[in-house]
Design a protein around this ligand. Structure first.
Ligand SMILES: [Zn+2]
Length: 125
């Protein structure tokens, strides 16, 4: 499955960043998924659940932020949010379209667990 490969790549990237930045545990992984990226958030979640089993990420949350997709029509210059089941320009019905936004799939943020150190009370009210 496409999404499985993606999640695998994401986890590897997260692992690398954590090593570089010396992050112990990860609280959440934030992904940005464009509507036109071809990636389905609910499949991502399923794959994520499967892939984190027995890994250091077992308790890490996955957050998915969706980025709206817009297309640009080369024939009439119209820019619009497409109906994903019918990718045509609503004005001239052209299929000569280029995505303007929402095509990307990115690892947006890695949120580390802020460990509370024993011995020192960090009570702040
Ligand atoms: Zn058009």
């Amino acid at each position: 499955m496409h999404e499985m490969g993606l999640m695998d790549a994401v986890l590897r990237m997260v692992t690398r960043v954590c090593e570089e930045e010396d992050v112990g545990r990860v609280d959440a992984i934030v992904l940005e998924v464009g509507e036109l990226s071809g990636v389905l958030p609910h499949f991502l979640r399923e794959c994520y659940e499967a892939i984190i089993e027995d890994t250091p990420y077992e308790h890490t949350r996955l957050e998915i932020e969706t980025v709206p997709g817009t297309l640009y029509c080369h024939d009439c210059g119209h820019e619009f949010r497409p109906d994903l089941s019918d990718l045509r320009c609503p004005q001239c019905l052209s299929r000569n379209l280029t995505p303007r936004t929402g095509r990307d799939f990115t690892l947006k943020e890695i949120i580390p667990v802020f460990e509370e150190e024993d011995g020192e009370s960090g009570d702040e009210t």
